[in-house]
Design a protein around this ligand. Structure first.
Ligand code: ZN
Length: 241
């Protein structure tokens, strides 16, 4: 099976459409979404609709849970919190029910696992930033590969003898190797590259590829400002941080 894996869309429809357009030329068997469909951006309903339309297998992110009151927003910064409150007012009841129903972890048979944050405490929404965090996930991993989001930075933790973190765009895993792959963010990249990020994974060859896609950033910025969301949520899109 060949999958397109994406996450952290953050209500950025322009970025999502550009990514789906790019995926259409990649000949995939299915779409996997790592959560944070909403939050920060101006088009939460439209992004949920697109993701449901393509039938993506999806897990919940902290912003999805925050938008339906399933997790606290105490640790959110003020711009994120303002966007959560706006999103709560903006999303339809049907979309709220959809977000409420998303699981935190999903296993796709024996092939791979999806989680927004970590496998050791998926409802606490911690980050996997170093080999120590990664090891705690590897201990709970039951498939060769786990895909994660949350940090908005593409990064692969590859485990052969030791755990090696790698900022690479392409990697093939051997039979006895496991990996935790962060595919970066569609709607709010934070690695100083404003282009949308997503991943492609082939379960047979065990090859993962991280792709970057240009999208009309100015459109997304204009929409954020037009609905009255914080300016910081808009400006950071151009900076990729
Ligand atoms: Zn996010």
């Amino acid at each position: 099976m060949r999958y397109a894996i994406f996450g952290d869309v953050h209500a950025n429809l322009d970025a999502l459409n550009a990514v789906l357009d790019d995926i259409s030329s990649a000949d995939v068997d299915g779409y996997l979404c790592l959560g944070d469909i909403v939050g920060y951006g101006a088009e939460p309903n439209e992004c949920i609709a697109r993701i449901r339309e393509i039938g993506a297998v999806t897990v919940a992110g902290n912003h999805d849970h925050a938008a339906v009151g399933k997790t606290t927003i105490e640790y959110f910064n003020s711009e994120a919190r303002e966007a959560v409150l706006w999103t709560r007012e903006t999303i339809s009841d049907e979309n709220k029910a959809y977000l409420e129903g998303l699981p935190l972890v999903r296993k796709m048979g024996d092939a791979l696992t999806l989680v927004h944050s970590t496998l050791y405490a998926p409802d606490r929404f911690s980050y996997i930033l170093n080999p120590f965090d990664a090891e705690m996930c590897f201990q709970r991993l039951e498939t060769p590969v786990c895909f994660v989001g949350h940090s908005h930075v593409a990064l692969i933790f590859h485990k052969a003898d030791a755990i090696e973190p790698a900022f690479v765009t392409d990697m093939q895993f051997g039979e006895s190797e496991t990996a935790i792959v962060n595919v970066g963010s569609v709607g709010q990249p934070r690695d100083l590259d404003p282009r949308a990020a997503y991943g492609l994974y082939d379960t047979e060859s065990r090859r993962v590829e991280i792709r970057r896609v240009e999208y009309p950033v100015d459109f997304a910025i204009r929409k954020i400002l037009d609905v009255g969301l914080p300016q910081a949520n808009a400006i950071r899109l151009r900076l990729g941080r």
